[in-house]
Design a protein. Structure first.
Lengths: 382, 345, 316
């Protein structure tokens, strides 16, 4: 409860500050303050994704400031509610704020597309932890985000086939049922999963469905799965819906293998779904807990909550910008050049290097299997 | 029945207007328009919005909200029909702009009539069967219509489904006025002109036959029917005109945002616009303008509270409605519906 | 296209009926308030959402069940379920009374237009949902499995599960009790009197404020019961679940004839079945479209809903 009181105090202070005279940051001669931004949904129905990502960014800043005593980093929280309409209003403001050297995000592909024209004009580096739409890095597409857009997450056309492969691994003559949550993230990914299935020998697509992401009753979908005789069920959507679904599926007695993409990848998934999640297969790069339990524990200690979806990606993206600041890239142009030429290690040990369209070089997806309430890494899907 | 003595801004404003003679009125109108047109230059004052760009905020949400609220006000405020699916017409306008803008060579101004026409057509198609319904039944049917439009574009391939449509062209320059990404003053002026046109249209209609018919329908539909007013016809007219304004707002929004997707056209938008109308003062044009301006602007102005933004927004709605139930600038007493009980003495 | 419907007909039907009963109870929240005030209680969806936390707090924080603990059995099971039910009803009932007090009472006393009340209710539902979002850090909240979902038997290829049966029977009983309350009790009669003619009821010495608060309370209790069944079946809640369920239940109330208690019953069941059948035949993405088209068609032929004709006599 104490935390709540504190946060409400913070709100009151914020109100006071904003309506009063803008407070001038009084930096001592030795410490310098730089600004980066995070853009994603921080309020409204999609808020959990954005808050998880922003926590990872804040965590990265905390670690960075502890290691570099003379540099302070300010974060501007750009709340686009995951809504491309709102993104079109905030993006010009962010672009106009010359203090912002670079931006982690935008979180959602739709909001990214709506924001891109402004950021392109401003020449500001974007590193998205979770915008996976293929067209964003396709130079022939209207949505192309180069040269400012980068992402540290594998795009859909890499993940789709990986997910198809991993889901059907060890299943002979797999009969596969694929369904999505109707979101802009899930529908394209489902297309790439279905395309990927064609390359898996023996696998056949036996059915599909498209269920609104806020649905909780999956009975009709389960009826379709049972009727189709599917042995593998692949879901493109997010972990909370996946947890509700898998419980309902298991309660009908179905033994079909369940698999999901990086939206399902969250250690909360096996926790929410309990025993029903056992044996579920998920592709992704994994939350911080997937990297090391020690890191996760430290995160929880510093941030007060556990790390969430795309926290590794957001952490990597923030670190990239922070290392730019440390290297003295304190203009947007210098930062953009730095990011484009960047070569370094991600927290998972992969090499981060962007190709000319803004994609990372690795883009490999690891397969995870749920065992005893934890998603366990079973190695890169080949 | 004693009038409560609260700040009566509406009567104060109306008083000035009524006392003024014609040249004075013209002077007042021109000065006001001029001052409004200067608004985008006030970005450095206390009006400035943290994070979001001030001039962009003036266009969307503020300007577009005002336009939509004025359109919805024709339906809800003038003729008293509760429409919870107004976003449908906005969506139809926006998708007309997006599809025609990316597939044909037409520019925003050439597409505008199509957007308006399609929205009006949808208004007639929806209105014909459903406007016989009353009150809350109409509300749920219109709500359903709004959802249907969104779900159809979400589940169809011609609309690119949930991916949405990108690269919608900006409007062509008007002489020396250029539409720019980083400076949206021209957009704002265009919205202001559209708002003025809408206000002009509503004011003309209000004092003529349709306006009187709507008024009669709003006060007592059965009595209006008995007096020989073809109520269905006028209801459809009101619905269609509201739709036209919504469609126009949609075209402009798509051309400003350059990208649209089905997720932008949820029920929340309909509710928000309705809130603008009621919050400002239902039935009173200036009240609606004020309400939409405040509700569009407020969430952007209080961005520094980040987490609790919507919470504050909700609290404002509850508080204002409880203390000014007729809105900030209510319509004149004699125009108020007589269906309600006596005001408690 | 119809293969799924034919093949899985009974499974779908049972699922639809169970879902329908949850809708029935939430619709009561809408219909009770509508019957008395002629107003949509827009905040009912958030009352439902708050109710779900009643069950979770009871099983998780009072009885210390966790995601991995064994389901309860015997007496303990009955105790936990019953106290969860009561807690959910209590939370939702109190939230409903709070909503009435904050969003409705003052406006009602002023006798102002209905739209102001609607916006006020929308405001309070934004507040309720945002407060819960801040309290739960925007995260989904899982409910521990207290009731084991045993498959009791199989009829025509459909599994009959314990939780489904409990939901259907218990919801029917709660519905019946509430209906009797409104029909027979002194307070219920006062509620119906206000619903028929507010001024006359006032003249007859009915305490209007108390009656209306009670109406919200009863509607809230029904909605809270729905929250309990929802959590028991789906074992999950989140700050934003109210919207979808509330919209569906409101549609159900209109379908049955809003303001009519029995209408809520038939409307809820019809909607539950319609949703699962439509999802099975056309695909879940067209579910909402189908529901609304059916609603429009029903309203075209029966403008007051399926059971709306007897408004004056059976209105809540």
């Amino acid at each position: 409860m104490n935390k709540k009181i504190k946060s409400s105090l913070a709100i009151v202070t914020a109100v006071a500050v904003a309506f009063g005279i803008a407070s001038v940051p009084t930096a001592s001669a030795a410490t310098k303050t730089y600004t980066i931004a995070y853009q994603g949904p921080l309020s409204g129905g999609e808020a959990s994704t954005g808050i998880d990502e922003q926590n990872a960014v804040k965590y990265a800043i905390k670690l960075f400031e502890a290691a570099n005593k003379n540099i302070k980093v300010k974060i501007v929280s750009v709340d686009d509610e995951g809504d491309a309409g709102k993104a079109g209003t905030v993006a010009p403001g962010v672009a106009a704020n010359k203090n912002i050297l670079g931006l982690v995000g935008p979180a959602y592909s739709g909001a990214t597309i709506a924001s891109l024209p402004y950021y392109k004009a401003a020449g500001m580096a974007l590193i998205s932890p979770s915008a996976t739409r293929v067209s964003l890095t396709d130079p022939t597409s209207a949505d192309f985000g180069g040269p400012v857009f980068h992402r540290v997450v594998g795009k859909d056309d890499l993940q789709g086939p990986a997910l198809a492969k991993y889901a059907t691994k060890g299943v002979s003559n797999a009969k596969v049922f694929v369904f999505d949550d109707q979101s802009a993230y899930a529908v394209p990914l489902r297309g790439y999963v279905e395309a990927g299935l064609k390359k898996v020998t023996g696998a056949t697509l036996v059915g599909g469905d498209s269920v609104p992401k806020d649905a909780t009753d999956y009975a009709p979908t389960i009826a379709k799965i049972n009727q189709s005789g599917a042995t593998v069920v692949i879901y493109t959507g997010y972990y909370s819906a996946a947890a509700i679904f898998i419980k309902q599926l298991r309660d009908t007695g179905s033994k079909a293998i369940f698999a999901g993409g990086d939206g399902v990848f969250n250690q909360e998934f096996p926790v929410l779904a309990g025993a029903a999640a056992e044996g579920s297969r998920v592709t992704g790069v994994g939350g911080l807990a997937g990297v090391s339990a020690k890191l996760e524990a430290d995160f929880k200690k510093k941030m007060g909550v556990s790390s969430g979806v795309y926290s590794v990606e957001a952490f990597d993206a923030a670190n990239l910008l922070l290392s730019g600041i440390k290297a003295g890239k304190t203009t947007r142009a210098a930062m953009l050049k730095y990011v484009n030429a960047y070569k370094g290690k991600s927290i998972t040990g992969n090499t981060i290097k962007f190709d000319k369209n803004g994609d990372i070089s690795y883009g490999l997806f690891a397969g995870f299997t749920s065992k005893g309430g934890v998603l366990v890494n079973t190695g890169i899907v080949k | 029945m004693k009038m409560r003595n609260y700040w009566n801004l509406r009567d104060w404003g109306a008083g000035i207007w009524e006392r003024a003679n014609r040249p004075k009125r013209v002077a007042i109108a021109i000065t006001t328009i001029f001052l409004v047109a200067l608004l985008p230059f006030a970005g450095a004052s206390f009006l400035a919005t943290p994070i979001a760009a001030y001039d962009a905020v003036l266009v969307y949400p503020v300007g577009v909200f005002i336009l939509m609220a004025l359109g919805l006000n024709i339906v809800v405020g003038k003729s008293g029909m509760l429409d919870l699916g107004y976003v449908a017409f906005f969506a139809i306008g926006a998708y007309t702009m997006a599809l025609m803008g990316t597939h044909t060579g037409l520019n925003t101004w050439e597409i505008m009539p199509f957007g308006i026409a399609f929205a009006m057509l949808a208004g007639v198609l929806l209105g014909l069967p459903t406007l016989r319904l009353r009150g809350d039944y109409l509300a749920i049917v219109t709500l359903g219509f709004g959802e249907i439009v969104r779900l159809v574009v979400l589940n169809s391939t011609w609309s690119k489904g949930p991916n949405g449509i990108a690269n919608i062209p900006m409007p062509p320059d008007i002489g020396p006025l250029k539409f720019k990404l980083d400076d949206q003053k021209v957009f704002f002026w265009v919205v202001v002109i559209m708002i003025l046109l809408t206000i002009w249209m509503i004011r003309r209609l209000s004092v003529r036959r349709p306006g009187r018919a709507w008024e009669a329908i709003r006060q007592d539909e059965d009595a209006a029917e008995l007096m020989g007013i073809p109520t269905l016809k006028y209801k459809i007219w009101s619905f269609t005109l509201g739709a036209a304004v919504g469609g126009a707002a949609g075209v402009l929004f798509a051309s400003k945002n350059l990208f649209i997707a089905p997720e932008m056209f949820t029920l929340n938008v309909s509710i928000l616009i309705l809130a603008c109308v009621v919050f400002g003062g239902i039935g009173n044009i200036w009240g609606v303008v004020l309400g939409a301006a405040i509700l569009g602007y407020l969430p952007e102005r209080i961005r520094f509270i980040s987490d609790a933004r919507l919470l504050v927004f909700g609290l404002v709605l509850v508080t204002v409605m409880n203390f000014r139930p007729d809105g900030l600038l209510p319509r004149k007493k004699r125009e108020k519906a007589i269906v309600k009980k006596e005001v408690n003495a | 296209m119809f293969a799924v419907l034919i093949d899985q007909f009974w499974s779908l039907t049972i699922a639809g009926v169970a879902l329908g009963f949850i809708y029935v109870l939430i619709s009561l929240g809408y219909t009770m308030v509508y019957g008395v005030l002629r107003m949509i209680n827009f905040a009912n969806s958030e009352i439902f959402m708050w109710g779900t936390f009643g069950t979770i707090i009871t099983s998780r924080d009072i009885f210390h069940y966790t995601q991995t603990s064994e389901p309860a059995r015997g007496f303990k099971l009955a105790l936990v379920l019953l106290s969860s039910l009561l807690m959910s009803m209590l939370v939702a009932g109190l939230t409903a009374v709070f909503v009435e007090f904050v969003a409705y009472r003052r406006l009602r006393a002023k006798g102002t237009n209905r739209l102001a009340t609607l916006i006020s209710a929308i405001g309070i539902s934004i507040v309720l949902s945002e407060v819960m979002r801040l309290l739960t850090a925007s995260r989904p909240v899982g409910a521990p499995r207290v009731l084991e979902k045993i498959i009791l038997t199989e009829i025509w290829g459909a599994n009959i599960r314990l939780d489904t049966i409990i939901t259907i029977i218990a919801a029917a009983i709660i519905f019946f009790i509430l209906e009797r309350f409104v029909k027979l009790s002194r307070m219920g009669k006062a509620i119906r009197a206000v619903s028929m003619n507010e001024d006359a009821a006032k003249l007859m010495g009915v305490n209007l404020n108390r009656v209306i608060a009670t109406t919200f309370l009863v509607g809230g209790l029904a909605t809270g019961a729905a929250s309990f069944f929802y959590v028991t079946v789906f074992e999950y809640t989140k700050f934003n679940i109210g919207f979808t369920m509330g919209m569906a239940a409101f549609t159900a109330a209109v379908l049955g004839g809003i303001g009519n208690i029995r209408g809520a019953f038939y409307g809820g069941l019809t909607l539950g079945l319609l949703e699962v059948y439509a999802s099975a035949v056309l695909g879940t993405q067209w579910k909402a479209v189908t529901v609304f088209i059916v609603l429009v068609l029903v309203l075209l032929f029966k403008p007051n809903g399926l059971f709306g004709e007897a408004v004056q006599t059976t209105r809540a």
